[in-house]
Design a protein around this ligand. Structure first.
Ligand code: ATP
Ligand code: MG
Length: 343
C-alpha cells in the first residue's frame, strides 16, 4: 500500500531507553509505519539493544536520523550584522571561537539565521539573530560509525532539543491547538539523565539548554531516603501505592531543584527577549510522574501541561502495537521530531 513512499526512522538514543519511530510520508499524511523501544542499563549496551530492536520491528527502511546531546554539544544564539547566508558561513568561522569552549578543529559547526532584529534608533548596522551549534566531531563520527556497523544508513544527526521543537511543530501543523500566534511555548522534555528545554515563538527556537537532572535523580533520591534498591525505587516512583507521602517527601527536593533550573532558563530568556514564556509543554518519560504538572505549574506560575507528540499522525496498525505506542507517547518527542525533519 505504501510502496515507494519515503520512510525514515527517528532513532532516539536515550540514556535509559532507545526509541525508534518509522514515519512514512504519503502526500499530506505522516504515518507511523513502525515503532519499538527498549530499555538499556548503560551506554555500552546500545549497539546490541539497537540490533535486537531492529530485528523485532520489521521497519521498511534502513535510513535513520539520530541526535546528540550532552556537554559535547554547544548551542548559542548570537547577534551578528545582517548578511547573506554565504557570507554568514564564512563569517561564523571568525566569530565562533568567542562562543565555543573547544578547539574549532575538533568541532562540526552549523549556523542558521533565525530572524532580523529590530533596528535601534541611531544604532549601528542592522543585526540578525543567528543560531550557532557546535558538536565535537568525535561524538558525531562515533555515533555514525556505530550505526553503519549495525547495517543502518544514518542520513542526519540532529540535537535533542531541536528534535523536540520539530515534533511540536509537526503536531501543531497536523492537529493545532497548543500554539497561538505570537505566544511563546516552553518545551521541556524530562528524560532519565537530563531535561531538554527549547523555547519557541512562531516555530522559531529562541533558546535551548539542557539541565542534567532527570528521572534517575528521582529514583536515586527514593533509594537513599527509603533504603530500597533501585528497582523497587523505580517502581515506587511510578506508583507509590500506600507510601505516597514518603515518596513525595523523598523526591520533592529533586523536583524543586529541577523546577528552579527550568525557571532560571525562563528568566534568562525573558531578560534577553521582549516577552515571556506563556505556556509550558512537557514530554519525556519523567513527565508522567504523578502530580508533576501541578507541582511545576505552581512553581512556574504558568500553565503547564503534558502534550502528545504522536497526536495527528496516522498509525499503520498491522505493524505497530498501538496500545504500547500510546502508552509511551510522551517518550517519543525526540524520535518523532527526528524522523519528521527528514521524511
Ligand atoms: N510513569 C512514570 N512515572 C515517573 N517516571 C517515569 C514513568 N515512566 C517512565 N518514567 C521515567 O522516564 C525516564 C525515561 O524517559 P525517557 O525515555 O524520556 O528518557 P531517556 O530519553 O532514556 O533519557 P535521556 O533523555 O535523559 O537520555 C526514566 O527515568 C523512567 O523512570
Ligand atoms: Mg531523552
Amino acid at each position: 500500500m505504501l510502496k515507494g513512499r519515503k520512510s525514515v526512522i527517528g532513532l532516539d538514543l536515550g540514556g535509559s531507553c532507545i526509541k525508534a519511530v518509522e514515519i512514512t510520508r504519503d502526500k499530506y499524511d505522516y504515518i507511523i509505519t513502525g515503532y519499538g523501544q527498549v530499555e538499556i542499563q548503560n551506554e555500552a549496551a546500545r549497539p546490541e539493544a539497537i540490533r535486537e530492536l531492529f530485528e523485532q520491528c520489521r521497519f521498511k527502511t534502513k535510513k535513520v536520523v539520530t541526535s546528540v546531546s550532552g556537554k559535547s554539544v554547544i548551542v548559542r544564539y548570537i547577534n551578528m550584522v545582517q548578511m547573506t547566508p554565504e557570507n554568514l558561513e564564512s563569517a561564523i568561522r571568525f566569530e565562533a571561537d568567542k562562543y565555543i569552549p573547544f578547539d574549532l578543529e575538533e568541532v562540526q559547526l552549523e549556523c542558521q539565521k533565525l530572524m532580523d532584529l529590530p533596528v535601534e534608533e541611531g544604532g549601528a548596522s542592522p543585526e540578525m539573530k543567528v543560531l550557532l551549534v557546535a558538536v565535537k566531531r568525535s561524538l558525531v563520527e562515533e555515533q555514525a560509525r556505530m550505526l553503519i556497523d549495525l547495517g543502518l544508513q544514518p542520513i542526519a544527526i540532529d540535537v535533542d532539543a531541536f528534535a523536540i521543537g520539530n515534533a511540536y511543530e509537526l503536531k501543531e501543523s497536523l492537529s493545532p491547538g497548543l500554539s497561538e500566534e505570537g505566544k511563546i511555548s516552553g518545551l521541556v522534555d524530562i528524560g532519565a539523565n537530563k531535561t531538554c528545554i527549547n523555547i519557541l515563538k512562531n516555530n522559531i527556537s529562541l533558546f535551548a539548554r539542557e539541565v542534567y537532572l532527570g528521572g534517575n535523580d528521582l529514583t536515586n533520591a527514593i533509594t537513599r531516603r527509603m533504603g530500597v534498591d533501585i528497582y523497587q525505587a523505580e517502581a515506587m516512583k511510578k506508583d507509590p501505592q500506600d507510601r505516597e507521602n514518603e515518596v513525595h517527601e523523598a523526591i520533592t527536593p529533586v523536583i524543586e531543584d529541577l523546577g528552579n533550573e527550568i525557571n532560571l532558563s525562563f528568566d534568562f530568556f525573558e531578560n534577553q527577549y521582549d516577552g515571556s514564556v506563556n505556556h509550558v509543554f512537557m514530554s519525556g518519560g519523567s513527565a508522567l510522574l504523578p502530580g508533576l504538572e501541578e507541582d511545576f505549574e505552581a512553581l512556574f506560575e504558568k500553565k503547564t501541561r503534558v502534550w502528545n507528540p504522536i497526536e495527528g499522525l496516522k498509525i499503520r496498525s498491522d505493524n505497530v502495537d498501538i496500545e504500547s505506542l500510546n502508552c509511551s507517547a510522551l517518550q517519543l518527542a525526540v524520535s518523532v521530531g527526528l524522523a519528521a525533519r527528514a521524511v
